[in-house]
Write a protein that binds this ligand. Structure first.
Ligand code: ADP
Length: 475
C-alpha cells in the first residue's frame, strides 16, 4: 500500500509536540511492515537540513487568488521519504506557529501537498492528514481535485491529535484562501458555530476519521470534550476510530539513549536507575539523596496539562519528603507561580522553564515518578516514555492516559502506575500520597517498575490498527 502523510511537523526534522513524534514513528513502522510511505511537511527555517536534502522541483501554484512559488526538496530517513515544501514568504521565520497569517501559510501548504502528488507522480492509495493545519486538504480534494482523472480514488483519512485546535476563522477565508465557494460555508460543510472551521470540514469530507486513543474517541463524542464538534463527530461515529499512539522503541530506549548518564534495561534498572537519579539531582541543583522520591514533570505549560491542579497543591506537596523536577515552557500564567514556589523551596524543586530535549530524557530516566494530571489528553506520549524508562506515572484517567497506564492494584500486584478519576486537586494529592506510601515498600515498588518496563507501547499493534482502517477503505 502507498501512504502519503501530510503534516505540519515530524521527527526527526521539526517538533513542537507529540504530533511530530507520531509522524516520525508511524510511517517508519508501516515501512517495516512492507508499505511505501512518504511524509510531506513545510520547510521551516528552524530545520537543520544542511546537506541531507536534495532539490526535487519548483513551480508556481495558486492559493485562492495568489500565485505562489512552491519549491520541493526531499530526504530519506528510516526508509521513509520526506518531502519539504519551500516558500520563504511563508516558512522562513522562527518557530512553527503563532503568526497572524497562519491560516494563509497552511492554506498554501494544503494546496502544495495536493499539487505535489501529480507534479512528481506520487499518487497514494491513502492520503493521511493530521490536525487543522492539513484539514482543508480533505475539502479541497473532495470538492476539486477528485474530479481530475489523476486524483481519482485516493482515500482520505484525517487524524485528530488535539480537538482543542480546530482552525476556526473568518468565513471569507474559504474563498479568499482556498478558492472554494462560500456555499460550502452556508450549507454547513465547513461551518461550525458561526465560523469557518477547518477541522469540521475534515471530519465532514474525510473517508475515515481517527484519533489517538480509544478513550479519546469516546470522549470527543460528548459535550464535555467535543469542543463544539461533537455533533459532526456523532454523525461520523461509524467512521471514527480510536487508535492508541505508540512510541518509537528504537529511539526512546534507556539502553541506548545518548542523553542519559547510565544505560539500563529491565535487567539492570534497579542498579542503574539510581545512578541516573543521582546525576539528575546534581544537574538540577537538588541534594543528592537516593531515598527521597523524585517526581518529574515534563510538559507544555498550558491549561490542558493539569497545571492548575499542580500549582494548587504544590505547597502541600512540599510538606512531604519529596523532590520535584519541572521541565516546561508555555503560558506565563503558569510560569510565574511555578517560579515563585520554586524560589521558596529551592532545595526541593528544580524549575526549568525551557524546552530541553536532553534534560527531558534524563528526567524520564532519573525520576521515580512522573506526574501528568491532564484535564484532557488525546493520547499523551510522556507517560509512555516514563513507563519505558521505569518511571512510574501518576495520571488522571482521561484519554490516552487511561488507555496506557494500568492502575496499581496492591492486592493482586498488578498495574503500571497510579491514577485518579476526577479533575480535582485533592484527588490528585491523595493519589500522590498513595504512590509515596507504596514507594517506601521496595518490593512492591520494584514490582511496579518491572511491570512498567514490560508495558508494550510500541507502534507494532497501533500500525496494524491503522492498516486495518486503510484496508477497509480500499476494500
Ligand atoms: P503534547 O503533544 O500535548 O505536548 P505529549 O505527551 O503527547 O503532549 O508529547 C509531548 C512531547 O514533548 C513529549 O515527547 C515530551 O517529552 C516533550 N516535551 C514537552 N515539553 C517539553 C520540554 N519543555 N522540553 C523537552 N521536551 C518536552
Amino acid at each position: 500500500m502507498k501512504i502519503v502523510f501530510a503534516t505540519s511537523e515530524a521527527n526527526p526534522y521539526i517538533k513542537s509536540g507529540g504530533l511530530a513524534d507520531v509522524l516520525g514513528s508511524l510511517p517508519k513502522s508501516l515501512v517495516q511492515k512492507g508499505h511505501e510511505c512518504a511524509v510531506i511537511l513545510p520547510k521551516y527555517q528552524d530545520m537543520k537540513l544542511a546537506d541531507t536534502i536534495e532539490y526535487v522541483a519548483s513551480y508556481d501554484i495558486w492559493v485562492g487568488w495568489r500565485k505562489c512559488y512552491c519549491g520541493v526538496f526531499k530526504a530519506e530517513y528510516d526508509g521513509v521519504t520526506y518531502y519539504f515544501i519551500d516558500n520563504e514568504q511563508y516558512f522562513r521565520r522562527p518557530g512553527l506557529y503563532g503568526y497572524d497569517d497562519d491560516n494563509e501559510r497552511f492554506a498554501f501548504f494544503d494546496f502544495a501537498v495536493l499539487e505535489l502528488l501529480s507534479h512528481i507522480d506520487l499518487k497514494p492509495d491513502v492520503l493521511s492528514l493530521h490536525d487543522w493545519q492539513t484539514a482543508m486538504i480533505a475539502a479541497l480534494y473532495k470538492e476539486r481535485y477528485a474530479y481530475y482523472e489523476y486524483y481519482n480514488d485516493i482515500k482520505i483519512t484525517f487524524t485528530i491529535h488535539n480537538i482543542a485546535y480546530q482552525g476556526k476563522c473568518d468565513p471569507n477565508l474559504l474563498s479568499d484562501h482556498f478558492g472554494l465557494d462560500n456555499y460550502l460555508y452556508y450549507n454547513g460543510n465547513c461551518r461550525n458555530d458561526g465560523c469557518f472551521n477547518m477541522m469540521k470540514a475534515a471530519i465532514f469530507y474525510s473517508d475515515a476519521v481517527t484519533t489517538v486513543s480509544p478513550t479519546y474517541a469516546q470522549e470527543i463524542l460528548t459535550d464535555e470534550f467535543g469542543e463544539g464538534l461533537q455533533n459532526i463527530l456523532q454523525m461520523r461515529r461509524h467512521d471514527l476510530y480510536g487508535i492508541l499512539n505508540g512510541i518509537d522503541y528504537d529511539t526512546i530506549n534507556p539502553s541506548t539513549d545518548p542523553q542519559i548518564v547510565k544505560h539500563f534495561d529491565k535487567a539492570t534498572v534497579h542498579q542503574n536507575k539510581p545512578i541516573n537519579k543521582a546525576e539528575l539531582q546534581k544537574e538540577c541543583g537538588l541534594p543528592v539523596n537516593p531515598d527521597v522520591p523524585l517526581i518529574g514533570i515534563v510538559t507544555r505549560l498550558t491549561w490542558q496539562k493539569g497545571l492548575d491542579l499542580i500549582i494548587n497543591r504544590m505547597e502541600e506537596l512540599m510538606k512531604r519528603d519529596v523532590q520535584v523536577v519541572v521541565l516546561g515552557a508555555g503560558d506565563l500564567k503558569y510560569e510565574e507561580p511555578l517560579k515563585a514556589i520554586a524560589a521558596y523551596h529551592n532545595q526541593k524543586i528544580s524549575m526549568n522553564l525551557k524546552y530541553d530535549f536532553g534534560l527531558s530524557c534524563r528526567i524520564y530516566a532519573g525520576c521515580d515518578m512522573f506526574l501528568m494530571p491532564s484535564l484532557f489528553e488525546p493520547c499523551g506520549l510522556s507517560q509512555m516514555m516514563s513507563l519505558r524508562y521505569g518511571t512510574i506515572p501518576i495520571v488522571r484517567e482521561t484519554g490516552g492516559l487511561k488507555d496506557s497506564v494500568e492502575a496499581y492494584n496492591e492486592f493482586e500486584n498488578t498495574g503500571t502506575g497510579f491514577s485518579f478519576k476526577n479533575y480535582n486537586a485533592h484527588e490528585m494529592m491523595d493519589t500522590i500520597d498513595y504512590a509515596l506510601r507504596v514507594y517506601n515498600d521496595k518490593e512492591k515498588w520494584n514490582g511496579l517498575i518491572d511491570r512498567a518496563m514490560d508495558a508494550k507501547l510500541d507502534w507494532d499493534k497501533s500500525a496494524d490498527a491503522y492498516l486495518k482502517v486503510f484496508n477497509s477503505l480500499l476494500g
